[in-house]
Unconditional design. Structure first.
Length: 254
């Protein structure tokens, strides 16, 4: 069976394909390449959308005017619905004007790199740094899971754990759908929010199932022990927080 066919089958949680990939000597390299490629695609899309948004952003004065108009509409609705005293509204308005003044003053400060070059360099920096962010969090958490699995009798090497669990990143390609949908003029804000929630939750659940399946197959566990190994770092963190909270409470009481 071709490697990419095995990867596709692994996304469907087919343990036979995961086991075949586990036994490949280059599984770590393949998993690493997949995670880096996915993170670069996600970083490219998010950086490009952020760049377009910043380039199309109105000048600070126009943004301040829009903020004032939105605030005035909100205050009118609040006074109508909540019977807010006029002096409270004036005080809130003073706070808003102070905040807007500070924000406009900061926006008008001279910068070393003129725009739009500054926005472009910022987007490039975001794009380049995305794989390192993904790699750091993935390796750190997988190391903790590997330690927990080893303590539970798991047989996986660290290379096998890292190589197989890297497939969890592939479903997160769906995360680029809501931002791209936001670029379509006919797509309303409500549709974008709904899509973000559905796609975000779906991608997270799918990637979690892949991660659990990869841990289960790599460690030669049943599903119960695989789930426990994956959740062990989170459970340990909860225990440490509870113990720390109780210890702090006892110190205060005593």
């Amino acid at each position: 069976m071709a490697t990419w066919q095995m990867v596709c089958d692994s996304l469907l949680l087919r343990t036979t394909s995961l086991a075949a990939l586990r036994d490949r000597p280059d599984i770590f390299r393949r998993g690493l390449l997949i995670l880096v490629a996915v993170s670069l695609v996600a970083g490219l899309v998010s950086s490009a959308i952020e760049l377009v948004s910043e380039l199309q952003a109105p000048p600070p004065e126009e943004a301040g005017r829009q903020a004032r108009e939105g605030f005035e509409r909100s205050m009118e609705q609040a006074q109508t619905m909540l019977d807010m005293p006029p002096q409270v509204g004036r005080q809130i308005e003073e706070y808003l004007e102070t905040g807007l003044g500070i924000g406009l003053a900061i926006a008008e400060l001279p910068v070393r790199i003129p725009q739009p070059a500054g926005h472009i360099l910022k987007a490039v920096g975001h794009f380049v740094s995305t794989p390192f962010d993904w790699l750091g969090s993935w390796m750190f958490y997988t190391l903790l899971v590997a330690i927990a699995a080893h303590l539970m009798g798991g047989r996986a090497s660290l290379q096998q754990m890292l190589g197989l669990t890297a497939f969890y990143a592939i479903p997160h390609l769906l995360d680029i759908v809501p931002p791209l949908l936001g670029l379509i003029p006919v797509a309303g804000r409500a549709l974008q929010v709904f899509t973000s929630v559905v796609v975000g939750v779906g991608a997270w659940v799918w990637s979690l199932l892949i991660y659990i399946a990869a841990t289960t197959v790599a460690s030669e566990f049943d599903w119960a022990r695989g789930v426990l190994a994956v959740l062990a770092p989170v459970l340990l963190l909860i225990v440490l927080v509870l113990v720390g909270g109780i210890a702090g409470l006892l110190l205060v009481i005593l």
